[in-house]
Design a binder for this molecule. Structure first.
Ligand code: SF4
Length: 403
């Protein structure tokens, strides 16, 4: 066994933590776009652990046409779907629209995502437009001169595989070490803090969805599931269609936060697992074999969940204009949902302008169908499941059905 030399001896881990670097003066702007909508807590936890206070972490506003007009005009570089195109407005707002200037603009290139389906699907990567979006938008701020440098802003766009946690520390250390003056140990601590924050938030949101389903089960009431990508939660991308429906008294669930508790998914998927159709409740190979894309996989799983869950009597599908990823999922998702008579309504081709009048008329149609058919749908789906519903606890499932 080699004896430690003086140098290696002193390189051993110190018994006290080294003093934290002072980053309290740094102000970081994050573009609230694309998959930042489902991973924001990671970035907040990561930056806070590095010593950046909450008030110095600034997210850009929700997407809007005004934001694009005021801050993104003339900086477009790509002709593609609106969720990517609108990023110019977010960058512009962070650069030109702050009362107190930011020092760093953080816009991660997220290559893969954490997913409830991890281990049950081929991969959990993002759409290539999502991943490369920050790079193409950056070009619009460099074409005549370097707008970031002129405004004394460091542009940071780390390539990161949030779905492959073991890779994240190295990736963020490599890409951010000069921006934040990082060392490897503090990067590892910050990454852990980021995932802890994200996991806590996701667990709480899933619990809230379960509470909603429990309330529906106990009262025999219907709810609506939104099948969409995380950034359709942005009022400027999804146009708050779900909010219009909620105003009529129907609770809303988002597929990203469906509860994945064993008791519930085993109850819903019991028959399919028993017959060997699928290996686990999170297996989607029966409906979607090329399961590489994280958000697409979850859309397909959400459709399977919805068609089985009695109190989800209606699915609202949102999709953006020119989305090549959604295109092949339209028919299978609709067929899955409608297989049990669950109502299905699609708002496709969403773009920058909110089609207010059209939404209003369709919302009224949806509400009419929900009030007319929900009781029947709940009962029909309950008849296909075992009576031991975990949502109504010790009491055997015999909920009143009303709308
Ligand atoms: S998934 Fe669709 S909407 Fe999202 S970035 Fe890719 S092409 Fe655009």
């Amino acid at each position: 066994m080699p004896f430690p030399t003086l140098r290696t001896w002193f390189e051993k881990k110190p018994s006290v933590e080294p003093p934290r670097k002072d980053r309290s003066h740094l102000r970081v702007g994050i573009a609230k776009v694309l998959n930042v909508w489902s991973t924001h807590q990671f970035w907040v936890g990561f930056l806070k652990e590095l010593g950046i206070s909450s008030e110095n972490i600034v997210f850009s506003s929700d997407t809007s046409e005004e934001q694009g007009r005021e801050f993104g005009k003339g900086r477009g570089t790509v002709d593609c779907c609106y969720p990517v195109k609108c990023i110019s407005g977010h960058y512009g707002e962070l650069v030109f629209g702050q009362k107190r200037n930011i020092n760093i603009l953080l816009s991660p290139m997220i290559h893969s995502l954490p997913s409830i389906l991890h281990g049950h699907v081929v991969d959990t990567v993002t759409c290539t437009r999502v991943m490369a979006g920050p790079e193409s938008i950056k070009a619009g701020f460099l074409k005549e001169s370097d707008i970031f440098a002129e405004n004394k802003i460091l542009y940071a766009s780390p390539f990161v595989s949030l779905g492959d946690r073991h890779m994240v520390t190295q990736q963020l250390f490599t890409s951010l070490k000069n921006i934040f003056d990082l060392d490897m140990e503090e990067t590892a601590r910050a990454v852990k803090a980021g995932f802890d924050a994200l996991d806590n938030f996701t667990a709480k949101a899933r619990q809230q969805s379960r509470d909603i389903l429990t309330w529906c089960a106990e009262n025999g009431k219907p709810c609506i599931l939104v099948l969409a990508r995380p950034y359709h939660m942005d009022p400027g991308i999804g146009h708050e269609i779900e909010g219009e429906l909620q105003a009529h008294g129907y609770p809303i669930l988002w597929l990203q936060y469906l509860p994945g508790d064993d008791d519930l998914v085993n109850w819903l998927f019991e028959e399919d697992v028993k017959t060997g159709r699928i290996k686990s409740p999170f297996d989607i190979s029966d409906v979607w074999t090329s399961s590489y894309s994280s958000n697409t996989n979850e859309i397909m799983w959400g459709a399977k969940f919805a068609t089985r869950c009695p109190w989800i009597t209606c699915v609202v599908r949102l999709s953006s204009y020119e989305c090549g990823m959604d295109q092949p999922t339209y028919t299978p998702a609709q067929k899955i949902v409608e297989a049990t008579g669950t109502l299905y309504f699609k708002f496709g081709d969403l773009d920058s302008t909110k089609p207010g009048g059209g939404i209003k008329i369709r919302v009224e149609t949806i509400v009419h169908y929900l009030s007319k058919y929900s009781a029947e749908i709940i009962q029909r789906k309950l008849n296909c499941l075992s009576p031991d519903c975990p949502l109504v606890g010790a009491r055997r499932s015999d909920p009143a059905v009303s709308t």
